[in-house]
Design a protein around this ligand. Structure first.
Ligand code: BGC
Length: 747
């Protein structure tokens, strides 16, 4: 009798796991009915260009579905996913998006395909391929806010505005750590620090996905680009990275692990290679690490054409068929093919001849169907337009303005030259970024590279326009002085400068990403350098505004100018936010999320090792960045006092309370990020001179004080040891907070 009931429960249990129902969809029943062709189709993602009117890279604008091509994709090939705007053809209106998405859905149903198509898009800093959407600062600026709750809100708005277009999947956030400032996608990262970037990663996923993605307001996020993509030795995009397994786990895995723990639904794979193995062909990374060790259960999609690149770029496969087998067996679920069907043909052949086991295919198809069911796509591919009255709203722009305002980092302010008074001053505004929305937004803005200004959001202000608007009692003049590449009527600029009381020079960098953004060093363009040099000769107060994709070297300038405002790529509201920092309406509170290098090849990180501090005279002065990680001034002053630590010993199962009193000693409200660092005095892996342990951003009224507390556990002091295990070794540690330092023992 007992045996029978055990058997009964066992059947019930296994029966239930097999018949997995997600939002009412019986995933395994569906899979059991699917043909090989249908399964291969689910594992295929094509670009919109393949099914739109026109040639792949010369589409009709706005993009329109081509019925014949659509039939080939959905009826012949049973394609399960489509992406983007079609070969960089540019932003379109919400209505166009909605008719594309519903057109795909209608065609899919007309061919009796039971499984809906999932559409994915790069909504990198807002729904940037949708006209009138809210454009936020790029990720590097988001990190500079040190305010994860704002980043959660930003991602919720991006998700809402993406779903308003009928698109349920966003290829964001980038979780690659920004420790190679030459890299063309540095601005897409949350900076160099694992702790800061991980808290941003968590906020981004929670904001984008909410508690449930089966609704009109959330989308599935996609963690990018697993793993080690951001650290090419040459700095050039998609070139080799050399990273040991230990370093991979120490610096590159944590942001992904945090996002996986926060429930991230999908992941995109690094197009490059690590230690000689392309990541798309790396079983150890895609299966052993990602699935078995990190516990990721969602969909792994390739990056652009990356399976073919195993043949024609990486040369690890002789034929496309071989490359398909390699990538699928390594752990890929879906191929962003994206411009033809050769991958799909190869996959079908490989399954039919038994070279890829059906169990391997079913595992991927199951993940893809679960994602579609979780997003509610089987029932509701698109929600009514009437549900999106907040699309591109004033409220959303206000959030973008707030985030830009909190990101902008004041790096220098000699003699309190800033904020500028609003009375009777003559101010010259010049430089390539003074009158350009493109240079405030960077790549992934209306087009892939973001250099086309035809689609710019109407009504948004450049820095000069915003300054003119918010400083009506000053006399403002504009002279370009220089484009990014050449001087422009420099004599006009100098003449205007001669009579000006103050000069605001707005420097920039050409919007770019991926391979088109490759550079060989971080020098400021010579035209911009010459412009600043010419203005410096006049010995007038100069305020430098920098809107760069990555830190450009300003060493020879920074000593001589009076103020430096680092704007990152602040988005559509960046002009207003920068102008309001200049006039004092915004009290700056951004802090650098990276170490600002002082020379073209001096790449160091704040959490460097002691050996990196040894100078040629053997003193400890070699680490001399232009500005340190975590640095940023305010118009307020803050006093730290009463630093205390609850105990001088931390037991592994216990915690330690660290606290400090922070007072705003100025006459106006300001925000401060309290940063707690630690240093492991002796460890089996050379310890960093300091590492960020925790941070809190607080806002204080004039004269107000607040006690800030941190709870520290031994696990927070852990690192990856030689055996690739995360450990906290007993011994002495230092705690560093502002000018305070204390030591404690970990037992
Ligand atoms: C980029 C990805 C992006 C994809 C789709 C690739 O070239 O590396 O970040 O999501 O294209 O546009």
């Amino acid at each position: 009798m007992r045996k029978i009931s055990l058997l009964f429960f066992a059947i019930l249990f296994f029966g239930q796991t097999l018949a997995q129902k997600v939002n009412g969809i019986d995933i395994d029943a569906l899979i059991s009915k699917m043909t090989v062709e249908e399964k291969a189709g689910q594992m295929t993602q094509i670009d919109l260009g393949v099914i739109a009117v026109g040639d792949i890279c010369n589409l009709k604008n706005p993009q329109q579905l081509d019925k014949v091509k659509l039939k080939r994709a959905l009826s012949d090939y049973k394609v399960g996913s489509v992406l983007n705007v079609g070969c960089g053809s540019g932003t379109i209106a919400v209505d166009n998006w909605r008719s594309i998405i519903s057109g795909i859905h209608a065609a899919n149903t007309s061919y009796n395909n039971e499984v809906p198509v999932i559409y994915g898009v790069d909504a990198i800093h807002g729904a940037n391929y949708s006209m009138g959407a809210t454009l936020f600062p790029q990720e590097i600026g988001q990190a500079a806010t040190w305010n994860p709750s704002l980043i959660q809100q930003l991602n919720a708005v991006t998700a809402y505005e993406t779903r308003a277009n009928g698109i349920p999947w966003n290829f964001s956030p980038v979780l690659d750590i920004g420790r190679q400032p030459l890299w063309s996608r540095f601005f897409e990262t949350y900076g160099e620090d694992v702790t800061l970037a991980s808290s941003m990663a968590k906020a981004a996923i929670i904001g984008m996905q909410g508690n449930d993605v089966n609704n009109a307001t959330h989308v599935a996020g996609c963690m990018k680009h697993f793993l080690g993509y951001s650290f090419p030795l040459s700095g050039h995009d998609r070139t080799p990275a050399w990273i040991s397994d230990r370093e991979l786990r120490e610096y590159f895995v944590p942001t992904f692990q945090t996002a996986i723990n926060a429930g991230a639904k999908t992941i995109m794979i690094n197009s490059g290679e690590i230690n000689g193995t392309p990541v798309h062909a790396n079983y150890d990374i895609l299966t052993t690490l990602l699935r078995n060790e990190l516990g990721f259960k969602g969909v792994a999609v390739t990056d652009w054409e990356d399976i073919y690149k195993l043949v024609n770029v990486h040369h690890v496969a002789a034929t496309k068929k071989e490359s398909v087998k390699m990538a699928i067996m390594a752990g890929i679920d879906m191929s962003m093919t994206p411009n033809d069907y050769e991958y799909t043909d190869c996959l079908i052949a490989l399954i039919k001849e038994g070279s890829i086991p059906m169990s391997r295919i079913d595992a991927s198809v199951r993940r893809i169907l679960i994602l579609k069911a979780e997003l509610g796509l089987f029932k509701n591919t698109i929600y009514p337009a009437s549900q999106y009255t907040n699309f591109g709203s004033k409220e959303n722009s206000a959030l973008s303005y707030r985030i830009a305002g909190e990101s902008i980092t004041l790096l220098k302010n000699d003699n309190s030259v800033l904020p500028l008074s609003n009375e009777g001053q003559k101010i010259l505004v010049c430089g390539p970024a003074a009158q350009s929305l493109n240079l405030l937004n960077g790549a992934w803005t209306h087009t892939w590279q973001g250099v086309d200004d035809r689609f710019n959001t109407k009504g948004k202000l450049t820095i000069y326009e915003a300054l003119k608007q918010n400083m009506p009692n000053n006399m403002l003049e504009y002279a370009k002085g220089a484009s990014l590449d050449s001087l422009v009527d420099i004599s006009d600029c100098i003449n205007k400068a001669l009579t000006a009381d103050k000069i605001i020079v707005c420097l920039g960098e050409k919007p770019s990403t991926e391979i088109p953004g490759n550079i060989n060093d971080l020098s400021l363009t010579s035209a911009q350098q010459e412009l600043v040099n010419a203005l410096l000769e006049l010995k007038k107060p100069i305020i430098l505004v920098c809107c760069f994709n990555r830190p450009q070297i300003i060493h020879s300038i920074s000593k001589n100018v009076d103020a430096i405002i680092y704007g990152y790529l602040p988005g559509d509201e960046g002009g207003r936010a920068i102008a309001d920092v200049i006039n004092g309406k915004i009290n700056p509170s951004g802090k650098l999320p990276f170490t600002y290098p002082s020379a073209v090849n001096a790449f160091m990180h704040y959490d460097h090792k002691s050996s990196e501090e040894l100078d040629i005279d053997f003193s400890n002065n070699a680490y001399r960045p232009e500005f340190d990680f975590g640095y940023g001034l305010s118009y307020s002053t803050f006093a730290y006092s009463n630093f205390s630590v609850s105990n001088d010993t931390l037991l592994t199962y216990d915690s330690l309370m660290v606290s400090v009193l922070v007072k705003n000693t100025s006459a106006f409200q300001g925000a401060e990020t309290v940063q707690l660092y630690y240093h492991d005095q002796v460890a089996s892996i050379t310890p960093s001179v300091k590492k960020l342990l925790a941070f809190k951003k607080i806002s204080l009224q004039a004269g107000e004080s607040q006690r800030v507390e941190f709870t520290i556990r031994a696990a927070d002091l852990s690192f990856i040891n030689k055996s690739l295990q995360r450990v906290t070794e007993p011994g002495m540690f230092d705690l560093l907070l502002a000018n305070f330092k204390t030591s404690f023992y970990v037992d």
